[in-house]
Design a protein around this ligand. Structure first.
Ligand code: AMP
Ligand code: MG
Length: 444
């Protein structure tokens, strides 16, 4: 146990630092780029090709020598002879010389000799009999014999130079980057088919409590349905890891130990135990953690979630330690301590560089009170406009109101919450209109 523990409760930061100090990225694997959404890059990826690979047209129009159009105006156009046509995907067969032009589609490779494209909108087609067509409509249909250009076009106009987006060999994503849909566009768009990522961490979840009943089990006179097992496994999935279900243990040391060991044997990277970590007569989880490994910390100055416990066990096959989390059984305490301590650890195991949520600022619509000396994470709903956008005041602050009762058993308020409003240790209460930090939660 850490020396600070005897002096009282650990701060949120002290507890999180201790947790993160033991978490390190899991092994890597290679996956097809289209399957890599949400995975974390394990090494930098570099572009196989430049983009564009060759200089191409940004518009449907005509490839030209720009200086030919120097004197062109709306009423005094310059006429150019059309000597070819380049579709997207076609290799130009001819080249452009002064006085001539080649029709070109958006994305078509710029023919040799051309240094600009005049968009179809700035031209009038002329047929073989010298008759003008519709001014500036489009460049569809048969290739005209000639065009009139109604604007002076600068060198490079409507042209996308080879490599202007990405040079072959450039770094596309750094290791530690969580791969988004845009990254998949980037990787695929530069010719990458396979990417090296970390495997998903495996996180075992064990609910405990003599009163806790599994799905379909009779509640009897004093049972409650298991909220934490399914809830924590869902949080594990949402955090980017694969959950392992260790079921529900009774408040019996041997039952907890048997299931904890099953978790260790299943090659889990971490085991989360909910319940039984407090000071009650049946709270056996701390002893179980000390039996299979060691306890590093217990009790944090946080509300809800004070009895949070953390430790580690040797991995049966050697290597990184298995992280052991003891979360308080009240479902809101479980969810909040998961958010504060387990989720950042899962992200570190997953190889991510960015571990914590972005923090916003909010104004509380109502007065709140909290426990002395602990940092409170209150479940709040935020004001939204008709499209669901958060409403902000002129200083960019969001309006938040309590999502319901703040007891650590109130799962209705947990489910209604958009975010956690953070009230510092130093305040025992806050008035309506106070500014607080806002910790967004995952929410559709
Ligand atoms: P404990 O941390 O074991 O003292 O439990 C604190 C409170 O949380 C008690 O009211 C328990 O009944 C409740 N609780 C513990 N585990 C669960 C669970 N898996 N699902 C729902 N409630 C639970
Ligand atoms: Mg219990």
């Amino acid at each position: 146990m850490s020396p600070t523990m005897s002096q009282g409760l650990l701060s949120v930061e002290e507890a999180r630092d201790a947790v993160l100090a033991l978490a390190s990225a899991v092994e890597t694997e290679r996956v097809p780029v289209p399957d890599s959404l949400g995975r974390v890059a394990a090494e930098p990826a570099t572009a196989r090709v430049s983009l564009p690979p060759w200089t191409n047209s940004a518009m449907d129009g005509y490839a030209i020598v720009a200086t030919d159009t120097r004197t062109a105006t709306e009423t005094s156009p310059v006429e150019l002879r059309v000597v070819g046509d380049v579709a997207a995907g076609a290799t130009p067969s001819g080249s452009v010389t002064s006085g001539n032009t080649i029709r070109i589609a958006t994305g078509g490779r710029l023919p040799d000799g051309a240094d600009a494209v005049v968009p179809a909108e700035a031209t009038t087609p002329i047929d073989a009999g010298g008759r003008p067509g519709l001014r500036g409509r489009d460049a569809t249909g048969p290739v005209p014999a000639a065009i009139q250009v109604h604007e002076a076009i600068a060198v490079g106009g409507s042209v996308r130079a080879a490599g202007s987006d990405i040079e072959a060999g450039a770094t596309l994503i750094e290791s530690g980057t969580g791969i988004t849909a845009a990254h998949i566009t980037l990787l695929a768009g530069t010719g990458i088919e396979i990417v090296s990522v970390h495997r998903r961490p495996r996180i075992a979840v064990l609910a405990t409590g003599d009163e806790v009943r599994g799905p379909g089990q009779d509640l009897g006179g004093a049972g409650i349905p298991d909220a934490n097992g399914p809830g924590l496994r869902a949080l594990v999935t949402a955090a980017g890891a694969d959950p392992i279900n260790l079921g529900i243990a009774t408040d019996d040391l041997d039952d907890v130990l048997t299931r904890l060991r099953r978790g260790l044997d299943s090659d889990a990277d971490a085991v989360i135990v909910s319940g039984g970590v407090s000071v009650g007569p049946y709270d056996v989880v701390k002893r179980a953690i000390e039996t299979v490994g060691r306890m590093d910390l217990w009790r944090v100055a946080v509300q809800p979630g004070k009895p949070f416990a953390f430790g580690a066990a040797d991995r049966p096959g050697g290597g990184r330690p298995v992280l052991l989390f003891g979360l308080p059984g009240n479902p809101v305490s479980s969810a909040v301590t998961f958010e504060l301590f387990v989720r950042p650890a899962i992200r570190k195991l997953a190889g991510r560089r960015h571990l914590l949520r972005p923090i916003d600022r909010a104004i509380l619509a109502e007065a709140v009170t909290k426990s002395h000396g602990r940092r409170a994470f209150m479940r709040v709903e935020i004001e939204r406009d008709a499209n669901g956008m958060p409403v902000r005041d002129q200083r960019g602050r969001i309006h938040a109101r309590l999502a319901g009762g703040q007891g650590s058993h109130v799962i209705s308020a947990l489910a209604a919450a958009d975010a956690l409003a953070v009230v510092p240790e130093s305040d025992d209460s806050l008035e309506a209109g106070s500014e607080v930090a806002l910790w967004w939660l995952d929410r559709a």
